[in-house]
Each structure stands twice: as structure tokens, then as C-alpha cells.
Design a protein around this ligand. Sequence first.
Ligand SMILES: NC(=O)C1=CN([C@@H]2O[C@H](COP(=O)(O)OP(=O)(O)OC[C@H]3O[C@@H](n4cnc5c(N)ncnc54)[C@H](OP(=O)(O)O)[C@@H]3O)[C@@H](O)[C@H]2O)C=CC1
Ligand SMILES: N[C@@H](CC=O)C(=O)O
Ligand code: NA
Length: 428
Amino acid sequence: MDKQLKIALLGLGTVGSGVPLILKEHKEKISQVTGMEILVEKALVRNKAAKAEIAKEYGIELVTDFKEILEDQDIQVVVELLGKIEPAKTYIVQALESGKHVVTANKDLLAQHGSELVAVARKNHCDLYYEASVAGGIPILRTIANSLAADNIHKVLGIVNGTTNYMLTKMVSEKLTYETALEQAQQLGFAESDPTNDVDGIDAAYKMVILTQFAFGMTLHLSDIETKGIRGLALEDIEMAHQLGYTIKLIGSSSMLEESVTAEVGPVLVPSNHPLASVQNEMNAVFVDSAGVGESMYYGAGAGAKPTATSVVSDLITTAKNLRLGISGHQFNSYKNETKIASDQEIISKYYFSIEVPDKVGQFLKLTQIVTNEGISFDQLIQQQSDGERARIVIITHKMTKAQMKQVKQAIGQIPEFELLANYKVLD
Ligand SMILES: NC(=O)C1=CN([C@@H]2O[C@H](COP(=O)(O)OP(=O)(O)OC[C@H]3O[C@@H](n4cnc5c(N)ncnc54)[C@H](OP(=O)(O)O)[C@@H]3O)[C@@H](O)[C@H]2O)C=CC1
Ligand SMILES: N[C@@H](CC=O)C(=O)O
Ligand code: NA
């Protein structure tokens, strides 16, 4: 081994503590492919005593002041695994400005400040890689940027949040409560330190911003992505969907319609025979529809220490190879297009409506009128057993535009005795 690559970790939490483990377990292979020995020299922590054991195990020097990393000339790569925006952003900018390459798993940061960080990296001829930020262990960003560079992607959609997929799986298969399922996802290290972003779909929306950049070269803001989480998802709707031949999953999607893009996150009824329907627990899957390859799906662990750290180390390996070849500073994603957002008239889907109505004659007729007023018909319709006073009617429509769907919702809202309980997209 003729060369060493000294790195520093910011954060020794779930993912941070996985990195030295992967570097140790796969040391020989990593040395062969990079021609370098990757050494974790320092780690930034808040509490040295709490991380003393892992530091001793891997011979890492713990520091509580980022300056000790920034000013260390031997450290060539900073791996940011703190999460959230600050101080992560400031540390990354300072690292890049002092000529250090950066690897991060921070989707919050990349989705909200990615363009700025990429520009700083570029100006300083530094690498900035973030494969772990989307779908944890699945090498999806590199696949889109490299392997699918020759293709024209029409649509990218999938299960990109491990916590909520784990929760939905456990709530359905083991009848766990929402709270218990969330607690388990936290204990297993899948959830963010504050799981609000997981359950409210925001974490998935961040990932869709990044996926949209890679797939279509367009930069979306979070506000461009209509986002719903699983907080209000009722078990009754999961069961009704099941009776209709669907599984409800939290899906992030981004599609090109002519020359404009539309991206959304929310519970979606996925046909039970669709490959995304069988993705369980913390597993993620990204389904790509493209002109050349056709349909392809990338499946694997979307969260957890080892899978995520493996992606982080794959970025370190790329950084090491670039250094050896003297080609540092190329952008992870160099595909760029002017961002155009699709209008509601262009977005077409089937929709699921779950409506509570008085249990008396004539209700179906009123609903039929609302939907037919938009020139749409029902694909499926069922009524759940009622308590004698109120009944739940569930309909799946044929395809309509998002604008029509909003009209239907509004019309339902105008009938005082109707209550719209849920409204989700239905995948073909
Ligand atoms: N967990 C997962 O499966 C995945 C996580 N990610 C991303 O990876 C990143 C890390 O996540 P994860 O490891 O799960 O998070 P953790 O909360 O487990 O780890 C973060 C660590 O950073 C430390 N930290 C936070 N702020 C500071 C600071 N200012 N100074 C020093 N230390 C600090 C925390 O210390 P303390 O404990 O004292 O708060 C904690 O040990 C996040 O961006 C996350 O979104 C991406 C894909 C999957
Ligand atoms: N909290 C995230 C972690 C990976 O990105 C998730 O559950 O997917
Ligand atoms: Na990934």
C-alpha cells in the first residue's frame, strides 16, 4: 500500500459508527480498488465520554471543535453525518473552501441548499458525493447519473422512506399501533433524530428533490412537491384498499410530462401485483420508467447503519479513485435543464375517495352526479357495512386530471352531510 487517505467523520451516530465498521470489514477489497488505505483519523462528537468505546475500538481521535478537523492538513476528506441544516452546512462549506473533499448522507441539506454546495465544491475543485442521501444502501444516484446517462427517463417513483414503510408493514402485518411501530423504527436506527420529517413525508420529499435533479436535471423547491405523510392514514382505508386489490404505500414520484415535471409524496394505492406493493419493512425501491431500458426497479435497504454506511464508503472510494487519477472536482450530477412545473390540467391519474355519507337512499346518486359532472366514471365502488346512521363509501375513479380531482373534492365538500375521509392517488 503506497498511500493513505486520512478522513474525518462529523457525527458518530447510527450511520457515523457504521463507517469505520465497513472500512474495517472490507479493508482489503477497498485497498485493492482504490490503491489507498482509508483511515478515520478524527471524529467530531458532542460528548467524548459517550463515544469513547467506539473511538478506542477503531483508533479514532475524538474532537468537540470542528476547527481541529478543518485545520488538520492531513485530513483530505470530511464525512458529514450530523444531519439537519446547521451546523452541517457551515462545516461542509468551510471544509470545501479549505480544499477538503466532502461526503454526506444529508438529504435535508442537499434538497434545500444543494445548488449552493455544488457551486462551492466546484469553485474549490473538490468532490461532493451524497449517494447515501437517497434510499440508504441502494446505489440509485450513481445508477441514474452513470448507468442511465444514455437513457431518457420518463418517471421515477418509489418507496424512499424506510421508517414509514417499516411502520406501515408492522401496522398491517402485526397490527402494531402507529406509536409502537414508530418506536421500533426509532430503536432500529431508521428514523431521523426528530421523526416528524419521516412520518409527514418531508424526508421522502427531500429525496424526490434530489432524484428529480438526477433524473430530469431540474431543481424543485420543497413547496413544488405536494406532500402528505402517513399520520392521518386510517387502518380502514388500508383494509378497503386491500379489498379492492391494492396495497397503500407512501410513494414519492416525479414524472416528466412533455417538457414539465410534476413531483408528489403521499399515500398511494399500489396494485397488489405491482413490484412496489411487496416492498416490506425498511426496504426501499425506486422504480424507473425510461425510453431505452423500459421499466427497471432498484431494491434494497433504505435505512440502517450498515447499508447506509456502505453507500457512504462507496462515495469515499470514488473520492479516493479521483484523487489517484487527479480528477477531483467533477460534479456528481452534471445533467441540467430549465425547471418547468406541470399544471394540474396535465397531471393524470386514477383517484381513491373515501367518503362518509348518511345511510339512506340516494347517496350513491349524489356521488355519481358529482363525478359525472366532470365527465368521469367509477372504476370500482364499495360500501362498508354501516352503523345504521353513517356509511363509508369508497370509490376508485377512472383516470382524471388533478384539476378534475380537485373539483370533485370541492363538490363533495359542498354537501353538508358528506365527509371526505381520504383521497389518494391510485397507481396503474
Ligand atoms: N439512519 C439512517 O438509516 C439514515 C440516515 N441518513 C442521514 O445520515 C445522517 C446521520 O443520520 P443518523 O446517523 O441516523 O443520525 P444520528 O442522530 O444517529 O447521528 C447523528 C450524530 O451526530 C451528532 N451530532 C449532531 N449534531 C452535532 C454537533 N453539532 N456536533 C457534534 N455532534 C453532533 C449526534 O450527537 P448526539 O447523539 O449527541 O445528538 C449524533 O451522534 C442524517 O443526515 C440522516 O438523514 C441517511 C440515510 C439513512
Ligand atoms: N429516516 C430515513 C433514513 C434514510 O434516509 C428513512 O427512514 O428512510
Ligand atoms: Na443511495
